[in-house]
Ligand binder design. Structure first.
Ligand SMILES: Nc1ncnc2c1ncn2[C@@H]1O[C@H](COP(=O)(O)OP(=O)(O)OP(=O)(O)O)[C@@H](O)[C@H]1O
Length: 608
């Protein structure tokens, strides 16, 4: 037998048994169930075979983690397979094609893990005879509760486990995470939890499990356009055969393409939107509103995130709406009238006169269109990541994409503590029935101890979540499983000094350029830093285009583009004068940037 492989054969008579796998193989490319058959079975029998195979591998523990049973691949074996026989992800194989299939896959398990899984299954289920390429098992390696004795994986061993070249979370999850992968929800559900607790990992595992069990399409979407592509590569490794049943696309791109399919073309143009706002602002609006708040950006957000973001279409509703968490300003009735008549209406008029639409118009139109005629081929699962930064109308759209009802297969994933755009609504406002289907993750898997301690120093409040009915659980309360790490901060008095310090850090640190992200406060700063690094012969890529696949360039971008992602080393240039004047929002942005780092974070503040 090829080295590193183990085969478990069902010893029952007659062989092969019916309704379950006759044998399993476990090796470096994963765990496989062999089903001896002449043809690939149909849907319900396939599901039954999968469920039986997964049961055999359920609850295999390694330290605090559990093997993820849906990672078992079902292989259908026949004496001689037709050359092109497949049903979706399943293929008929014969002895000639089997070996190639087994050894040709991507690595998933270390030799030790593969061995321990096989021995553990054989040890607890006497039905299986074990044929192993290794010597006889060393009994002390097998624990009654799992694959390893808990003490074995403390310290160094756990450290090694987390530094493996392939991703451990593909095959092992912690029990809380696995529970959320398996839990059944009838209707929209909500996963929350502080940064780095594996919310997105759990979401892509749920999609992979769905892909392996059920027919039907899946959608993974988010507000930030690059984030879906960033998570797509992880999903493709978990469910390589899902093909175009799984879409990973930003919400605006989804809406545009959906409308185009219905013969409606809406292409919001950022330049035109900006110009319409500037014109409105240059009128009497500025005279009235600048004394209340000097920043045009504040008023832009009032239009995009409060008025249009909440789908408000008349002044009476605007006057009544709770503008929760719009820092520093309560707007009474007469002031709201000014906002409405002097800013909002002129903005709308300019856009309309020029025949343009903004992003909220796009979202509204897609929602209307879906209400009028739902999708011909509905999604079986819709995952929304970083939901805390969605507006109310965007939430309404994703609910509608998932069918819009109380049983919509919608999964909202996010963390209110990480909201980096101004709020103005709470989850309960959106009217999506989630109560009772919320779950929280608590253990941080991303940040090493020193990095987490540094991120925790920020007092970032959570103003989005009001559904769980329990005291908030934030980054401060989460615990890390990764020891060590490095975190430091310094303050400089000019941008030039920050540039100098950054170059020194990039040169001195032990990280390859591809492992480093430079996070900035503004887009202009990101542009400037890229030019600086390029001039100094470092190759860079903008986070605006980063999809998680590039590993040679230094990534540079604002915190808005970095959220949801992680990097071995983060260098954060904070321009204090450009932070939002809302201290809560400012704190959340700092916290999000710090918590992107796994091993190393350095923060350089440019004093106002
Ligand atoms: N069980 C696990 N074992 C090992 N690594 C894990 C595990 N769960 C998650 N991770 C890793 O931890 C990091 C954070 O995971 P993920 O991005 O899913 O967290 P998140 O809760 O969505 O974070 P954020 O809210 O900050 O975006 C990723 O690098 C992921 O691969």
């Amino acid at each position: 037998m090829r080295s590193g492989w183990h085969v478990l054969i069902d010893g029952s008579d007659p062989f092969p048994p019916s309704g379950r796998a006759g044998a399993f193989a476990v090796g470096p490319t994963g765990a496989f169930a062999f089903i001896f058959t002449d043809a690939i079975p149909d849907g319900s029998r396939l599901r039954q075979l999968r469920a039986r195979a997964e049961e055999t591998f359920a609850n295999l523990a390694a330290d605090r983690n559990r093997y993820v049973p849906h990672m078992i691949e079902l292989l259908f074996l026949t004496e001689r397979a037709p050359r092109q026989s497949s049903a979706g992800e399943h293929r008929l194989l014969d002895p000639a094609t089997l070996a190639q299939h087994l050894v040709g896959g991507a690595p998933q398990l270390t030799r030790q893990r593969a061995r321990d899984i096989a021995f553990s299954v054989a040890g607890r289920d006497s039905r299986y005879q074990l044929l192993s390429s290794d010597d006889a098992p060393s009994p002390e390696k097998i624990s009654e509760h799992g694959l390893f004795e808990p003490v074995e994986l403390q310290g160094d061993a756990r450290e090694r486990m987390l530094q493996r070249p392939f991703k451990d979370w593909m095959t092992f999850l912690d029990p809380d995470q696995l529970d959320l992968v398996h839990r059944n929800f009838r209707g929209p559900a909500r996963f929350s939890g502080p940064a780095g607790t594996g919310k997105s990992v759990v979401a892509v595992h749920r999609m992979a499990r769905f892909a392996k069990r059920y027919p039907g399409r899946m959608l993974f979407t988010s507000f930030v356009k690059t984030l879906p592509s960033y998570h797509e590569s992880g999903f493709r490794q978990l469910a390589p055969h899902a093909g175009d049943r799984a879409e990973f696309v930003g919400l605006h791109a989804w809406a545009k393409s959906f409308l185009r399919g219905r013969g409606i073309v809406i292409e919001p143009d950022e330049g035109q939107i900006e110009d319409a706002f500037s014109r409105a602002w240059r009128g009497p609006a500025r005279d009235y509103l600048a004394p209340l708040h000097p920043s045009p950006a504040y008023w832009k957000d009032e239009i995009h995130r409060i008025i249009k973001g909440r789908g408000i279409t008349n002044l009476t509703t605007y006057k009544r709406v709770d503008r929760a968490h719009r820092y520093g300003l309560t707007l009474d009735g007469p002031r709201r009238e000014i906002v409405w008549h002097e800013l909002f209406e002129p903005y709308q008029k300019t856009l309309a006169d020029r025949g343009h639409s903004d992003f909220n118009d796009l979202i509204d139109r897609a929602t209307e269109e879906l209400r009028a005629a739902p999708l011909d081929d509905p999604y079986g699962l819709v995952v929304v990541d970083e939901v805390q930064d969605f507006t109310y109308v965007e939430l309404r759209l994703v609910h509608q994409i998932a069918g819009g009802g109380a049983d919509a297969p919608l999964l909202l994933v996010g963390d209110g503590q990480q909201q980096v755009y101004p709020g103005g609504w709470r989850l309960s406002d959106a009217g999506i029935p989630i109560v009772g289907r919320g779950a929280k993750l608590r253990t941080n898997y991303r940040n090493r101890e020193a990095v987490l301690a540094f991120a925790r120093q920020v007092n970032a409040l959570n103003s989005v979540d009001d559904l769980d009915g329990e005291p908030g659980f934030g980054l401060r309360d989460s615990e890390t499983v990764l020891p060590g790490g490095s975190a430091s901060a310094e303050t400089v008095s000019s941008a030039a000094a920050a540039d100098e310090r950054l170059l020194a850090r990039v040169r001195e640190c032990d990280f390859a350029p591809g492992d480093i992200a430079v996070i900035t406060t503004t887009r202009n700063d990101a542009k400037h830093i890229r030019q600086l690094l390029d001039r100094n012969n470092f190759r860079t890529v903008s986070l605006e285009h980063y999809d998680g696949t590039d590993d040679t360039h230094i990534k540079v971008g604002t915190v808005h583009r970095a959220k949801g992602m992680d990097f071995a080393a983060v260098m954060h240039i904070v321009r204090e004068s450009a932070l939002p004047d809302d201290p809560e929002l400012a704190a959340r942005r700092i916290m999000v940037a710090r918590s992107r780092a796994r091993d190393y974070v350095w923060e350089c503040r440019i004093q106002s």
